[in-house]
Design a protein around this ligand. Structure first.
Ligand code: F0G
Length: 354
């Protein structure tokens, strides 16, 4: 295996973790940073880039932190990895625990997790427990139950190794751009990831970008500055009412002159569709930054300097939530009788459609 495979080997020098013998990795990280082309974008506007975190091994950014958390848990002789999750953490924990030969137990809000994520948990063989209520209920119950279990490791983002590993996405952006962006737009649920990016740029000694935390209007705990008892949104990954990392996320936004911005479910689905038309298929939560960008543009609140750089964090792959996507993307089918001439007519019509 090349020495640089995965987050731990690539960045352990930054973290002073050089003594690790066994690294639990699936080759996470090094995700693409590609140009995004909003249709409203002026020719001489700021550069807009998207970080495709859905290209990680289990299809979301969670793998960056999970490799570190599970590597450290294994090194400490832990045997069980547990998490509460809206789905992606569960999929990632299940995969890395399987890789490590550990047991995984995931607690999810019953009936509220996207089918692709459930399938992943099943495929990797984790034990699935459902609770009634939102993610916050699941996490609180699990944290209570974790006391006095020396062989168990909680791999939610309250685990500091998770946040540390997720910093790596900020390092990659700085490597790719040769500097930190001016503005970074990121979905916020439990508020761990925005915290990680902020710390990541700081660790490199760079001036962090202005942080814009995107939330769904029905789960806008940071925007509203209060806990939401019954969060509700089509973006099930960020259907969270009591963000554990609230203070750090507030700090990231306040100290960089950023903001938290809420967008409606309709705007999130429209953003998902617009991104797909650019070849970028993300799950609804991950379309939030694009919806936020569009909203800021409409309000005239966006940087217009052509030299400025905006980065959107696309946190998870669109295949994870096939149910929502099937509703959001109607199939485009046509009848064909198998004859060359009629195919030519159909193709002609299609060319005109595009
Ligand atoms: N985007 C996706 C696709 C997510 O799965 C999550 C969180 C977020 C954004 C928000 O990140 O919580 O660090 O602010 N998913 C967690 C989970 C809660 O259980 O999979 P955050």
């Amino acid at each position: 295996m090349p020495h640089t495979v995965g987050i731990v080997r690539r960045y352990q020098h930054l973290w002073q973790l050089e003594g690790i013998e066994e690294v639990i990795t699936l080759g996470e990280g090094r995700t693409p940073l590609i140009p995004v082309h909003p249709p409203w974008h002026p020719q001489k506007g700021p550069q807009v880039w998207g970080k495709l975190e859905g290209c990680n091994p289990t299809g979301s950014f969670k793998d960056r932190g999970m490799t570190v958390a599970v590597t450290m848990a294994k090194a400490q002789g832990k045997r069980v990895a547990l998490c509460a999750s809206t789905g992606n953490t569960a999929a990632s924990a299940a995969a890395y625990a399987a890789r490590a030969g550990m047991t995984a137990v995931v607690v999810i809000p019953g009936g509220k997790v996207a089918p692709g994520k459930l399938l992943q948990v099943q495929a990797y063989g984790a034990l699935l427990l459902e609770v009634e209520g939102a993610f916050d209920v699941a996490l609180a119950a699990l944290r209570r139950a974790m006391a006095d279990q020396p062989e168990w490791e909680l791999v939610n983002s309250v685990n500091p190794w998770r946040i540390l590993g997720q910093e790596s996405a900020a390092y990659e952006i700085a490597e790719d751009l040769g500097r930190a962006p001016d503005l970074l737009v990121i979905p916020v649920g439990n508020a761990g990831n925005i915290t990680a990016y902020h710390r990541g740029f700081q660790r490199l000694g760079l001036k962090p970008p202005r942080f814009i935390g995107g939330q769904a209007a029905g789960a806008a705990s940071m925007v509203e500055g209060r806990d939401i008892e019954h969060p509700e949104t089509v973006a099930s990954a960020i259907r969270i009412g009591k963000p554990v990392s609230r203070p750090y996320a507030e700090e990231a936004v306040r100290t960089t002159g950023g903001a938290f911005v809420a967008v409606s479910d309709e705007a999130i689905l429209a953003a998902q569709a617009e991104l797909a038309r650019q070849g970028i298929f993300v799950e609804p939560a991950s379309a939030t930054p694009y919806a936020v960008l569009t909203k800021l543009w409409d309000q005239g609140a966006l940087l217009r300097d052509p030299d400025s750089i905006i980065v959107l964090i696309f946190t998870g792959n669109g295949l994870k939530d096939a149910d929502t996507a099937l509703r959001n993307f109607p199939a485009r089918r046509a009848q064909w009788d198998g004859q060359p001439l009629s195919l030519a007519a159909l193709v002609q019509r299609e060319v005109e459609h595009v």
